[in-house]
Design a protein around this ligand. Structure first.
Ligand code: ZN
Ligand code: ZN
Length: 248
């Protein structure tokens, strides 16, 4: 499995490209406002993307979708390439996507019709088992964020977890449970700081005090969804950076 980091920034950040990544060049996770820039900068061909996973319906994870749809619509026309996407995310996803694309380009724009014809929507919850990456089973787990938010993990059939994505969340029971399986690599929201009056996101302190005691040295954490990049002094914690590739 190849995981390519496109962006590592949270909703408010110091000029970082927003949080998104691609697995095996076919699964795109999150479509933040700058998604088209990030795809181009990292030489990901939109035609190779078949599945799009949206963890939750906040703008820093979704508001780039109209431009992705527009780009696919015009590329289809110009190159004859058959683009189509399965778009996966929480309840309300389809309506929200349609509203966004209509708001961006008006309901008269032919890309709306294209989206309805060439995009399928799958709305998930913690019981869903969507097929995201060939050869891997997907498990969805609910996170503790301001709105319905889902993380995912991928495992080769019957085996331990290779990769987990922990989107926006504070520390919660389902995250604890997932970590007891000691995934090889976890890409994790580290937007929080030790001084947050009320925790909304995870912080390095959460990793040190809660996560690493569960996983030991078995798991490597890549922090993403950041306010700013960080230098880690903990051997199993790294700062995810745009262009990084993780091979498992
Ligand atoms: Zn976010
Ligand atoms: Zn959020």
């Amino acid at each position: 499995m190849n995981i390519k980091i496109l962006g590592n920034g949270g909703a408010i950040n110091d000029g970082l490209p927003y949080n998104s990544f691609v697995i095996n060049e076919t699964l795109l996770c999150e479509t933040p406002p700058d998604i088209m820039l990030s795809l181009h900068r990292n030489s990901i061909d939109l035609a190779s993307i078949h599945t799009i996973y949206i963890s939750h319906l906040h703008g820093d994870h979704l508001f780039g979708l109209p431009f992705l749809i527009l780009s696919a619509f015009f590329s289809n026309d110009e190159t004859g390439t058959e683009f189509s996407f399965e778009i996966i995310g929480p309840k309300g996803l389809e309506k929200m996507c349609e509203n966004l694309v209509v708001s961006a380009f008006t309901s008269n724009h032919p890309c709306i019709k294209w989206m309805k014809e060439f995009c399928t929507f799958l709305e998930i919850n913690e019981t869903s088992k969507p097929k995201l990456v060939n050869g891997f089973e997907t498990t969805i787990f609910k996170l503790d964020h301001l709105i319905d938010t889902y993380g995912l993990f991928l495992a080769r059939e019957g085996n331990s977890i290779d990769f987990a994505y922990v989107a926006d969340t504070r520390w919660c029971e389902s995250l604890h449970r997932m970590l007891t399986h000691k995934p090889q690599v976890v890409l994790i929201d580290l937007n929080g700081t030790d001084s947050d009056p009320v925790p909304v996101h995870l912080s390095i302190k959460d990793l040190q005090e809660k996560a690493i005691p569960i996983t030991g040295e078995k798991t490597t954490y890549f922090g993403t969804h950041l306010k700013k990049e960080f230098h880690s002094t903990i051997s199993c914690v790294r700062c995810a950076k745009p262009g990084d590739e993780i091979n498992l």
